[in-house]
Design a protein around this ligand. Structure first.
Ligand code: FAD
Length: 464
C-alpha cells in the first residue's frame, strides 16, 4: 500500500479508480490489488463483464456477447483457468452451409464448394488483403508507411477498386458485419487491416480449428468476469456511472451520482466513443476529443434458438453457416451435449432486426434457420436474443466502426495519457485489439504502469 486506506464502509480515498468492469477494468484492478494498492472499480451498468454478457435458453447458459478464444489468446485463457472456468471446442463436424450471392452450397472442411472463378477471386482478394495487412503497424497503425492512403478509403471502396466478384464481396460483408458491426462501406480500410492483423490474419480470423473460433467457455465468458469481480469484493461498485474526472497536481477527483472519490490515478477502460460521456477537467486535448467523436461503436445482434436436440447433426450439418439471404448472416452450433438441447447461435444484422418486436425478431430468425437447415428448425423450444446497439448504457459492439480518416487523425490518442488519466480497453490493445485477450492485457499493462508512477510519487513525496 502506498500509504492509502482500503475502501469500504464509505471510505472514498483510494490509490486508483478504474472506470469500467469489463475484462480490462477487472484485470487492471486485479493487478493493482496484487501489488498492494487500493482500488475502486466503478461500473455504470448493473452487472460486470461489459461486452461479455450471459443469457439463458432452454436452461443452457449462452454468450450474448463475446464467445470465442483462439489458442494464442493465452491471457484470457489463464485468467479463466485461475477462476475455474472450463473450455470446450467449437463444434465443427459435418457439412457447412454457404449461401452467398443467391447460391446455396454445402461443403466439408475449410474450402467451400463454390465455382472455380469464385474460388480464384476469393484467393486473389485474400492475398491482396494479406499483402496490405503486412504493411500495417499493429501498435500504431497511423504510423504505417501507407497509412494516409489506406485510411483515405473505406474497405468497401477498396473491394470495388479491386473488382471483387459478388461472392467475395458477400463474404467480406459478413466479415465486416461480425468484426466491426457495419458494412464494408462504413469502415476505413486501414482500421479493417489493423483489426485483421490483430486477429492473426484473415484465415485465422475466419477459421474454427486453429483459428479465432477455436474454443468457448462452458460457463460463458461473463462468468469469468463475475468470478474475478467476486474476488475483488466491495472494490467493485455497480450502477455507478462516472460523469466527471477532474485533476490537479496531487490527484484526481472522480464524480459519480453517489458522490466523489479522490485517487492518485484513474484508469478509464470505456471504449473511445464512451469516453465522451465523461467531462474531463482540464478538458481532453483536441485529438483525444476527436477520437471520442469519430470512433463510434459498430452494432451487432445475436440470437439463440433451442431445439429438443441438435437435429442438424443427424442430417450431417455442423451448424456452421454463412449467408447473405436476410437477417441472420452466421450460425454456429453451441449445443451443450449431443443429446440435447440443441442450441443454434445466430449473428443478426441489426438494420433488419433491432427495430422489430421480439416476436417478429424470433420469427425472422426461425424462418431463416428453416431455410438453412430444414423444416425441423421451425419448431424451437426456446429463444433469446440481444441487440448490442439498443443497450441503454455504453451501447454498441463488438468493436468501433471507424470511418475513413479517423485512424490517422485520432488513433494516437487511444493510449496517450491525459495527465493522471490513463487508458485501457480492447481498442487500445495493439496486436490484440478487438478481443477479450486484448482487454485483459491492456488492463494488466496499464495497471503496471500506474504502479510505477505511484512508486515514483512516493519517492518524490507527492501526496493527494
Ligand atoms: C456481440 C459481440 C461478440 C464478441 N465476440 C467476441 C469473441 O468471440 N471473442 C473475443 O475475444 N471478443 C469478442 N467480442 C469483443 C469483446 O467482448 C471485447 O473486445 C472485450 O470484452 C472488451 O473488454 P473491455 O474491458 O475493453 O471493454 P468493455 O467490455 O466494453 O468494458 C468497458 C466497461 O466500461 C463501462 N463504462 C463505460 N463508460 C463508463 C462510465 N462513464 N462509468 C462507468 N462505467 C463505464 C461499460 O459499461 C463496460 O462495462 C465481442 C463483442 C460483442 C459485443
Amino acid at each position: 500500500m502506498s500509504g492509502s486506506r482500503e475502501p469500504g464502509s464509505g471510505d472514498t480515498v483510494v490509490d486508483v479508480v478504474v472506470v469500467g468492469a469489463g475484462f480490462a477494468g477487472l484485470s487492471a484492478a486485479e493487478r493493482l490489488v496484487s501489488t498492494g494498492r487500493s482500488v475502486l472499480v466503478l461500473e455504470g451498468r448493473d452487472r460486470v463483464g461489459g461486452r461479455s454478457f450471459s443469457g439463458e435458453v432452454a436452461g443452457v447458459r449462452v454468450d450474448l456477447g463475446a464467445t470465442w478464444v483462439a489458442r494464442r489468446h493465452t491471457a484470457v485463457r489463464d485468467l479463466a483457468s485461475r477462476v475455474g472456468c472450463t473450455m470446450t471446442g467449437q463444434f465443427a463436424e459435418g457439412r457447412n452451409v454457404l449461401w452467398l450471392a443467391r447460391r446455396r452450397r454445402t461443403y466439408s472442411g475449410t474450402i467451400p464448394k463454390v465455382s472455380p472463378a469464385a474460388l480464384v477471386d476469393m484467393a486473389r482478394m485474400q492475398r491482396a488483403v494479406g499483402k496490405l495487412v503486412s504493411t500495417v503497424d499493429v501498435n500504431a497503425a497511423w504510423e504505417s508507411p501507407e497509412a494516409a492512403r489506406l485510411d483515405a478509403i473505406s474497405f468497401g471502396e477498396w473491394l470495388d477498386r479491386k473488382n471483387a466478384l459478388p461472392s467475395t464481396r458477400a463474404l467480406m460483408t459478413v466479415v465486416s458485419k461480425v468484426q466491426w458491426g457495419c458494412t464494408p462501406g462504413d469502415v476505413s480500410l486501414l482500421h479493417a487491416l489493423r483489426y485483421i492483423r490483430a486477429a492473426g490474419g484473415l484465415d485465422h480470423m475466419l477459421d474454427v480449428d486453429g483459428g479465432q473460433q477455436q474454443d468457448r467457455f462452458v460457463e460463458t465468458t461473463q462468468e469469468i468476469a463475475r468470478r474475478v469481480a467476486e474476488q475483488l469484493g466491495d472494490r467493485v461498485r455497480l450502477e455507478t456511472p462516472v460523469d466527471r474526472i477532474a485533476q490537479d497536481d496531487n490527484g484526481v477527483t472522480v464524480r459519480t451520482g453517489s458522490g466523489e472519490i479522490r485517487a492518485q490515478y484513474v484508469i478509464v477502460t470505456a471504449s473511445p466513443a464512451h469516453r465522451a460521456a465523461i467531462e474531463f477537467e482540464p478538458a481532453l486535448p483536441e485529438q483525444a476529443q476527436g477520437l471520442t467523436r469519430t470512433w463510434r461503436m459498430g452494432v451487432l445482434s445475436k440470437a439463440f434458438v433451442a431445439y429438443e436436440e441438435p437435429f442438424w447433426r443427424a442430417d450431417g450439418f455442423s451448424g456452421e453457416g454463412v449467408t447473405d439471404t436476410g437477417t441472420v448472416f452466421i450460425t454456429f452450433d453451441v449445443s451443450p451435449a449431443p443429446g440435447g438441447p440443441g442450441v443454434m447461435m445466430a449473428f443478426c444484422d441489426p438494420r433488419v432486426f433491432d427495430g422489430f418486436s421480439p416476436e417478429v425478431r424470433r420469427d425472422r430468425v426461425v424462418r431463416q434457420l428453416a431455410d438453412l437447415y430444414g423444416p425441423r428448425a421451425r419448431t424451437p423450444i426456446d429463444y433469446v436474443d440481444h441487440c448490442w446497439g439498443a443497450e441503454p448504457f455504453a451501447p454498441g459492439g463488438p468493436n468501433p466502426a471507424v470511418a475513413p480518416y479517423a485512424t490517422v487523425s485520432f488513433g494516437e490518442a487511444l493510449t496517450e495519457p491525459h495527465g493522471r488519466v490513463h487508458w485501457a480497453g480492447s481498442e487500445t490493445a495493439g496486436e490484440w485489439a478487438g478481443s477479450m485477450n486484448g482487454a485483459v492485457l491492456t488492463g494488466q499493462r496499464t495497471a503496471e504502469h500506474v504502479v510505477t508512477l505511484l512508486s515514483r510519487d512516493v519517492r518524490e513525496g507527492v501526496s493527494r
